[in-house]
Design a protein around this ligand. Structure first.
Ligand code: TV1
Ligand code: CA
Ligand code: ZN
Length: 397
């Protein structure tokens, strides 16, 4: 109990197909797959590749994606190209492509891109079920908004749902935790009617001063999934709505308290952790004020529960800080400490030089890069925690 024993060494695997990097959503689109290039470069430069098993997974097949998604949707997704797309077409819009926001554009190689990131999450899940790994990592996945017949919020195929479905073949109970700044609505919805998956999402919730909800607009504390007592999924959804500017100490306390209570009560056989890096301070789309080590504290906390862990990426729109965070979290998994000075043999070191904040270092102070005043008072957070713990009582039965 008090740290007399040697810390357990975990077997960690890294699942990554470098072809994902070559895909572009469009120059003005905030989702930049090249943040994955930067992440891999940092991981290699720090020598972390020698501490894990590396895999280059093949793309998923249409049949594999059809375990969750509708075939009509997949058939459209697999055929649509920038050349043949009919932006005004009713099914194009109904499947979530294009539209006014253009959150989900049709770009060259789209089908290949979705098969690559999904294949990596499924391969990682396989490694956990054959017990080849204790922790399996796929930074290219985590696309939590996709629905079975709908692209939404930069997500076309829900690799998380597919990975959890695989884990359910060998595990009675899977816990899903989501620290992306956005609500993990697609995963929540996919498993709303089962007690074999518990979904827990921390996110920004609420309207801006013009009355627009923060995307996707769902996930209030009272949003607990089905309320019908005959529904097996009742009480197996927990949402933690947060306000702008939450800081390291608040988030760490909240995360430890609530996640700890969920694990105690639910006793999951495996955990899936979506580690969206848009909850960092200074993110282009996010509103929180977290530093890299506070974000990494969540990964460390979950690792210490000692259950098979699938760690996946997600959002993150300030590419260098995304790479820093996911490199740090890879190190957390293998139990390594990284030097704050970036390795001098880093091929992309130039990319990390001369930044306004944090040039040449791994752990810049992100608090002041883009100020969001902290609208989370201690008393509001205390009420939120007691409401959350109260919600857990609906789980039984
Ligand atoms: C094209 C070009 C698309 C520039 C989208 C920001 C863009 C956004 C763009 C954008 C943008 C959103 C909405 C509005 C709903 C729409 C990976 C009423 C500068 C997991 C997805 C956020 C987050 C979607 C994904 C959101 C994830 N924000 N520039 N779009 N309509 N969409 O608000 O959870 O991180 O912003
Ligand atoms: Ca979230
Ligand atoms: Zn997000």
């Amino acid at each position: 109990e008090y740290g007399m024993e040697k810390p357990k060494g975990y077997k960690v695997s890294f699942h990554y197909n470098p072809h994902v990097e070559y895909h572009h959503f469009g120059s003005s689109h905030p989702m930049k797959p090249w943040r994955l290039t930067l992440t891999k470069q940092l991981v290699v430069a720090y020598g972390l590749e020698y501490t894990m098993d590396l895999f280059e997974p093949r793309p998923a097949t249409l049949d594999e994606l059809a375990v969750f998604h509708d075939r009509e949707y997949l058939s459209y997704l697999s055929r649509v190209t920038p050349q043949n797309a009919q932006p005004e077409d009713a099914s194009h819009l109904a499947f979530g492509f294009g539209g006014e926001s253009n959150d989900c554009p049709v770009f060259d190689g789209l089908w290949n891109y979705v098969c690559l990131y999904s294949g990596a999450s499924m391969h990682a899940a396989h490694n956990l079920t054959n017990k080849q790994s204790d922790i399996a990592i796929n930074w290219s996945g985590g696309l939590h908004h996709a629905k079975k017949n709908l692209a939404s919020g930069f997500c076309y195929v829900n690799d998380i749902v597919l990975a959890i479905q695989h884990l359910l073949t060998q595990n009675q109970r899977v816990l899903y935790i989501d620290i992306d700044v956005h609500h993990g609505d697609g995963v929540e919805q996919a498993f709303e009617s089962t007690d074999r998956v518990f979904t827990l999402s921390y996110h920004k919730y609420g309207n801006d001063r013009n009355g627009w909800p923060f995307f996707p607009g769902t996930g209030n504390i009272t949003d607990m999934g089905p309320t019908d007592p005959t529904n097996r999924g009742k009480g197996h959804t927990l949402n933690i709505p947060l306000d702008d500017g939450i800081d390291d100490e608040q988030y760490k306390w909240l995360f430890k308290t609530i996640t700890g209570a969920v694990v105690d009560k639910y006793q999951p056989n495996a955990i899936v952790l979506q580690s969206g890096a848009d909850s960092l301070g200074g993110d282009r789309l996010g509103r929180f004020n977290l530093n890299i080590k506070a974000h990494g504290f969540c990964i460390e906390t979950v690792k210490n529960f000692g259950r098979p862990l699938l760690l996946i990426g997600g959002g993150g729109y300030t590419p260098r800080n995304v790479a820093r965070t996911w490199c740090h979290e890879t190190a957390v998994c293998v139990g390594a400490n990284l030097h704050n000075n970036l390795p001098t043999h880093l091929p992309y070191l130039q990319a990390f030089q001369g930044e306004e904040n944090g040039g040449g270092i791994l752990y810049p102070d992100l608090h002041n890069t883009k100020r969001h005043d902290n609208a989370n008072s201690t008393s509001k957070l205390q009420k939120l925690v007691s409401h959350a713990l109260d919600n857990l009582r609906y789980m039984e039965g």
